[in-house]
Design a binder for this molecule. Sequence first.
Ligand SMILES: [Zn+2]
Length: 303
Amino acid sequence: MRLGIDLGGTKIEIVALAGDGREVLRRRVPTPQGDYRATLEAIAELVTFAETRIGERASVGIGTPGSLSRLDGFMRNANSTCLNGKPLRRDLETLLEREVRLANDANCLAISEATDGAGAGAETVFGIILGTGVGGGVVVGGRLLIGANGIAGEWGHSPLPLPVADDLPLPACYCGRHGCIETYLSGPALAADHARRHGGTLNAQQIADAARAGDRSCEASLQRFEARLARALGTVINLIDPDVIVLGGGLSKLERLYSNVPARWAEHIFSDHILTRLRPARHGDSSGVRGAAWLWPAGANKR
Ligand SMILES: [Zn+2]
């Protein structure tokens, strides 16, 4: 059995997966707000609860916002800021008396979908979260790419390629840069872009609904979004040439992306044929917590 934990800003969720990926248990509790010690204890209680239920000791993987610094093992870049600067993995290993694997939520999505989801059987999978932020993770041959700096796949804070007049002025990003991919392709970014161009206060979901009902300005906003996503993914394809790109997060539910974006990305890709497939996450919102469990990969059951 594997335990996967998704540590989010509002809830902590645990699943237990059998060796074949079958979910045998799931439970969620609210995240103690702004309290690191209480967060550790809530995680430990969930592990104890799960192991009592399944009747065995299991491997533990955890998905978090942000990531561990490879220099000092401290958390950084987490929007649940009480985690930042804390040795989360070391503290959990002490508390749970075992080795713990930890990855950010986009990496968990990528490993989940590469293991038994929309990228199963593919050699290279790029998993993306298009939600309140934009993150990514790369899995090659079933193995998550970490990188020298622990940021492999973090495309959200690279500049949007090939800016056109519609993209200017470059929006300011919370990371201190301007024109980051996240400032165009997150849900709030879609809403902000629509408001700048057409006014109003529609959110991403309302823009999608209105476009479906025939609203022209919302349709134009979605077309700008799709053109930007095609440009941003064209660069990814030129760089790592994935077999499958899997979308997770709220905007991944926009079905039109899976036909409209590949129809527009060819002009940005340096190849006469494009076999890369763009697919929605098979496990939907559960990909994060399942991927955390799969940080202990298939075939490593006995460890
Ligand atoms: Zn940024």
